[in-house]
Design a protein around this ligand. Structure first.
Ligand code: SF4
Length: 435
């Protein structure tokens, strides 16, 4: 590894740095600086203004008036130079000190490593299908309203908004004759009836799996059961399920929640694991329900999407020294992934909104890094992380796909007679517009 001090004719102001995304070196020629964003992020966190330059020139010429370029480089297996270059103004010692610190961190982070990328997308079949249907409705022209919440990658939701999709939670705001799309997690019957009454054109993007589970909840309510929904209260489908029988539905997520339920032991009780909730996290809750209400009845249909994704996170967390969740730290999905990884023993988990947020200090001991996108991941973040790591030593990249047991059934989790379980329905059919 080479550390050098060169000069550049590119102007640099005191208090700022110019970080090379590519560097023209007097001996090595073109130096690839794929970790420019990581270096820029480290300097910005030290309070320094950062500009980037796609092809910063550098020279061995000694001239006290010219900006200084500090360069660190190594040669990859093909003999190509990789590294980074940062220019600071002549005589700007405070900035130069910060650059020297980042250079040391960068050098410590340099090592051979492996990157494991989660192969599974952050959304399920049902959510992707709903996005497709909103897009198709927009392409048909006219105003398109989406009822409730669109659960999909932030970038996809933003794209639909830009194209004119409007999210509403009150059908009175939808003009007569306009198109309203029901989301993947479905709507309550009252909303459906109101849409028909108002003559709206309905595109029903309810996922068939979610529709099955909602239908079961309606059957439970019709036979007079108290329904215990196992899931996160802030998940869209949980509010839809609760809305079917608001007075007879309770939401629980933990064993403690079950202990707090005010249901008479003689009352008929049924439970549903909500889509979006991993089934292994529901196991203890189900056991406590069974212990408290021995005649409690279970659902037949189950959605395995969250379970499969949790299995991917578990596998990644176990296989790596450092897990990066691409997304924003105010995103429920990103936080849930990080919590899951910590729960299975991975202590070094970080949510990374931009490549700039990747800290050099996390990397020296990380010989295997895992990365998985959350719903809020900006397009290109996972690739950007891979690119940045490729500048920090020889990198091999592998994709981890879910290791899913073939056709798990509801009985794998409820311990009932397998013959009573219907086969799982995958949402491959597309709905027809109705008005
Ligand atoms: S039921 Fe499952 S597959 Fe369908 S939208 Fe919900 S989480 Fe996705």
């Amino acid at each position: 590894m080479e550390h050098e001090r060169l000069t550049t004719t590119t102007p640099v102001n005191p208090g700022e740095v110019v970080v090379a995304q590519g560097l023209s070196h007097p001996v090595l020629g073109s130096v690839r600086c794929a970790s420019a964003a990581v270096v820029g992020g480290a300097l910005a966190r030290r309070g320094i203004r950062v500009r980037y330059h796609r092809a910063l020139n550098s020279s061995a010429r000694v001239d006290q008036r010219l900006p200084v370029v500090r360069v660190t480089s190594w040669l990859d297996a093909t003999g190509r130079a990789r590294g980074f270059g940062v220019a600071s103004a002549a005589g700007d010692t405070a900035t130069a000190t910060a650059v020297a610190e980042v250079m040391r961190e960068w050098s410590s982070a340099l090592r051979t490593r492996r990157l494991l990328v989660a192969g599974a997308p952050p959304t399920c079949h049902g959510a992707r299908r709903a996005v497709r249907l909103v897009g198709r409705a927009l392409a048909g022209g006219g105003a398109v309203y989406v009822w409730g919440r669109m659960v999909a990658e932030s970038a996809a939701v933003e794209d639909l908004r830009r194209r004119g999709a409007m999210v509403v939670t009150d059908l009175d705001l939808v003009p007569c004759g306009a198109t309203v799309v029901f989301p993947a997690h479905g709507v309550e019957p009252a909303v459906r009836a109101e849409a028909v009454l108002r003559g709206l054109t309905v595109v029903d993007a309810t996922c068939p799996l979610a529709a099955d589970i909602l239908a079961e909840a309606r059957r439970f309510a019709a036979r007079g059961d108290t329904i215990v929904v196992i899931g996160r209260a802030d998940h869209a489908v949980v509010s839809t399920l609760t809305g079917l029988a608001p007075h007879d539905t309770r939401v629980v997520q933990t064993v403690d929640d079950v202990l707090r339920l005010d249901i008479d032991v003689a009352d008929p009780v049924s439970y549903l694991v909500a889509p979006g909730f991993p089934l292994d996290e529901a196991a203890d809750v189900i056991a406590m329900l069974r212990a408290t209400w021995p005649t409690v009845r279970a659902q037949h249909g189950l959605c395995h999407a969250a379970t499969e994704r949790a299995e991917v996170v578990d596998g990644l967390a176990a296989a790596c020294d450092l897990l990066l969740v691409a997304g924003s730290d105010d995103c429920r999905d990103a936080v849930t992934i990080a919590e899951r990884a910590r729960a299975v023993g991975q202590a070094d988990v970080h949510v990374v909104a931009r490549v700039e947020d990747l800290r050099l200090a996390w990397l020296p001991r990380a010989s295997t890094v895992g990365v998985t996108p959350a719903l809020s991941a900006a397009p290109g973040t996972v690739d950007g992380i891979a690119e940045a790591l490729s500048a920090l030593g020889p990198l091999s990249v592998a994709h981890r796909d879910p290791d899913i047991p073939s056709q798990a059934t509801a009985d794998d989790y409820h311990g009932r007679d397998a013959r009573s379980v219907p086969s799982e329905v995958h949402p491959t059919t597309e709905p027809v517009m109705t008005s």
